[in-house]
Design a protein around this ligand. Structure first.
Ligand code: 13P
Ligand code: ZN
Length: 286
């Protein structure tokens, strides 16, 4: 399929093409959530420094906070200004209505998350999202199995290869978030990814596999997951945590009220964190 044509980057690969490339190269795209101008720029600086493509993720909460149009335009403008190979993605889309608004806005990729619904309803909703996204050429991600959300109990509800095959066949999704032992937010129990399960899912279906909840997973486990089929690694909590910890420290050490001097200090550790994460995931601009 032809890449997208823009005034600034003559031919940019679609995110679907990038994820296929990652499957062949056994690398992954780091998909990072952003919450404001500062966290967005941290991602841009780190990606620029290491030559990685960026996948900028917005959840419903971030969209509600910044406004869909503002958040989208900010993301696009930063991608352009930093000369990045970049894509904008709806993370954990809770409704087809929000999926439609994001498609109309120009998102490259959308996630519909009906993973807490019964299997048949998840299939039906995800298939609708695929149908809606087709005219836009957008990538569609869905979730199958239980990946604990913030405040939920960790563990259980793992994705099976059989269900994954049936789900992908019935919906036509491009990417699938799987439950293999990860959870969102901070881990209460040390995470142990079920790599044999992941390998079996990957052997059973060509769909692009997504690891949610990567904050707090040791680098060697993330690398092993990528070696066994993960092509998109989602990172959020560690970005917020690093930024807020550093911000609190800066604020506690001075009475500076010029936020243009305060925020950059809180951004430094986030840029360093992200550079490290980009080295682990490994995808490079092509
Ligand atoms: P963490 O917040 O645990 O890094 O998870 C990110 C995520 O999965 C976003 O969809
Ligand atoms: Zn997630």
């Amino acid at each position: 399929m032809m890449g997208k044509v823009s005034k600034f980057a003559p031919v940019m690969k679609t995110i679907k093409e990038v994820l296929y490339d990652c499957q062949a190269a056994k690398t992954a795209v780091l998909a990072t959530n952003f919450y404001n101008y500062e966290t967005l720029v941290c991602v841009a600086r780190a990606a620029q420094a290491v030559g990685a493509p960026v996948m900028l993720q917005l959840t419903r909460s971030s969209i509600d906070y910044m406004g869909l149009h503002t958040a989208y335009k900010m993301g696009r403008q930063v991608i352009e200004d930093y000369g990045l190979q970049g894509y904008i993605h709806l993370d954990h889309g809770p409704s087809l209505e929000l999926v439609q608004r994001c498609l109309d806005e120009g998102f490259d990729s959308v996630m519909i998350d009906a993973s807490e619904k019964p299997f048949a309803e998840n299939v039906e909703t995800s298939a609708k999202a695929v149908e809606m996204a087709r005219p836009y050429g957008a990538n569609v991600e869905a979730e199958l199995g239980y990946v604990a959300k913030l405040g939920q109990e960790q563990g259980g509800g793992f994705t099976t290869p059989e269900q994954a095959v049936e789900f992908v066949g019935a919906t036509g999704v491009d990417a699938l978030a799987v439950s293999i032992g990860s959870a969102h937010g901070f881990y209460k129990l040390p995470p142990h990814l079920d790599i044999p399960r992941l390998a079996a899912i990957h052997a059973a279906t060509p769909v692009a596999l997504v690891l949610h909840g990567s904050s707090g997973i040791p680098h060697d486990q993330v690398r092993e997951a990528i070696a066994n089929g993960i092509v998109k690694v989602n990172l959020a909590t560690e970005i917020k945590d690093n930024f807020m910890r550093a911000l609190k420290k800066v604020l506690s050490e001075s009475d500076e009220i010029d936020l243009r001097k305060v925020f950059p200090k809180a951004m430094e550790p986030v840029v360093e964190l992200l550079k490290e994460k980009y080295e682990v995931t490994g995808a490079k601009v092509k």
